[in-house]
Design a protein around this ligand. Structure first.
Ligand SMILES: Cc1ncc(COP(=O)(O)O)c(C=O)c1O
Length: 386
């Protein structure tokens, strides 16, 4: 008999089966789909990074196991992090990952024993919970305030804080597009010091911040390196999502633990991808600002078009996501399913990100403006005729 482990059984089922089926049915019927449900960037990677990848991919000597990061990668990350006012020792304080999803999925296995308590934001990016479940840890969801988009840390009791071993945060945030403030991070670092909590900050959207807002690395907070690590990725900054390369930075002892686990799990990132990543991180590039401007323009056009259609949504200050309350406080999953079936516009139900995501949907502006305007038009017409 083939039976899954108890560990696997602790993972939620693929609850979005119906959405996938509805999308497949529309496509099979020859109807188009505008998919706003996946946060995969549609902009091009830096040309110099693609050229480096192509050059090394043509070199037969580059096909062996990489095992570890090229030292130039760690060096390039350390240099890149100066933009966040963080200085890093490239060897001890930078760990390469095959995507931050990989690192985040191995995080709890590295640090959490069955019964250990982990604090995660609700709504929050799903791998935080899945990773803890795989490790047998206990989860306490910290509700995210719908106005500030910060976790309600004051709701945690002293007992919760004393029991917590790990806290995961994510700013700019997926799905809410919330931004951190220095005061909030300082508070988190103080809690970590007082209650001996290990902090993990996911900074995957560090470069997708608009309207002059500041990207804050938690490691720029005094004392943070004693208690925290930060994950960052080349997926969104350089549009290298499919290349699977990222890194964790910060507390060297924590990174050593993760490195040890990883040494049993993988043999490193394909060398030509490492070379492309080094080039991306290292070379001057006008794409950081260009991309911010392009995303912000799309965001403005999409949000205005939705408002014109009668659906007022909050304009995100960061990320590639609009996090919108469903028009009549409807449940997010039936709303997303009806919308997809009726219009071919795919959105992610907020419930996918935790119970406090209920009543919201997430829409990724990863298409050209004319496609987003068409999506808004279809949504608007559907809302009117329902
Ligand atoms: C908040 C957040 N963290 C991590 C990831 C995973 O990124 P990567 O491509 O580096 O695995 C994503 C991907 O969408 C994300 O939204």
């Amino acid at each position: 008999m083939i039976t899954p482990s108890h560990r696997l059984q602790r993972l939620p089922e693929g609850v979005f089966q119906d959405l996938a089926i509805a999308k497949g049915q529309r496509l099979a019927a020859g109807d188009d789909v505008i998919d706003l449900s996946v946060g995969s960037p549609d902009f091009a990677p830096p040309v110099h990074a693609m050229a480096e990848l192509a050059k090394y991919a043509a070199d037969p000597s580059q096909y062996g196991y990489a095992i570890t990061a090229l030292p130039a990668f760690q060096q390039a990350v350390a240099e890149f992090y100066q933009r966040y006012d963080v200085s890093l020792d490239p060897q001890r304080e930078v760990l390469q990952l095959a995507g931050s999803q990989e690192g985040l999925s191995h995080l709890a296995l590295t640090f959490i024993n069955p019964g250990d308590l982990v604090l995660i934001p609700d709504p929050g990016y799903p791998i935080y919970e899945a990773g803890v479940r795989l490790a047998g840890g206990d989860i306490m969801a910290i509700p995210v305030d719908p106005v500030t988009l910060h976790p309600r840390l004051d709701d945690l009791s002293v007992q919760d804080l004393q029991r917590a071993k790990l806290m995961i945060l994510n700013y700019p945030s997926n799905p809410t597009a919330g931004l951190a403030t220095r005061a909030m991070f300082e508070h988190v670092v103080r809690l970590a010091q007082e209650y001996d909590i290990f902090i993990v900050h996911d900074f995957a959207y560090s470069e997708l911040i608009y309207d002059g807002n500041e990207a804050i690395s938690i490691l720029s907070i005094p004392g943070a390196k004693d208690v925290a690590i930060e994950f960052n990725s080349l997926s969104k900054t350089y549009n290298l999502a499919g290349a699977r390369i990222a890194y964790a930075v910060g507390n060297p002892t924590a990174l050593d633990c993760l490195r040890k686990l990883k040494s049993h799990m993988d043999f490193g990132v394909f060398l030509p991808i490492q070379r492309a990543a080094i080039t991306a991180l290292h070379e001057p590039w006008d794409g950081y600002e260009r991309q911010r401007i392009a995303y912000a323009k799309r965001r403005d056009a999409f949000c205005h078009a939705l408002a014109d259609m009668g659906w007022e949504v909050r304009k995100p200050a960061a990320t590639m996501f609009v996090w919108a309350k469903t028009p009549d406080d409807e449940q997010s999953y039936p709303f997303a399913l009806d919308l997809l079936r009726a219009t071919g516009v795919g959105v992610t139900p907020g419930i996918a990100f935790g119970p406090h995501g209920e009543g919201y949907v997430r829409m990724a502006f990863v298409h050209e403006t004319d496609v987003l305007l068409e999506a808004a038009r279809r949504i608007g017409e559907w809302l009117k005729r329902r």
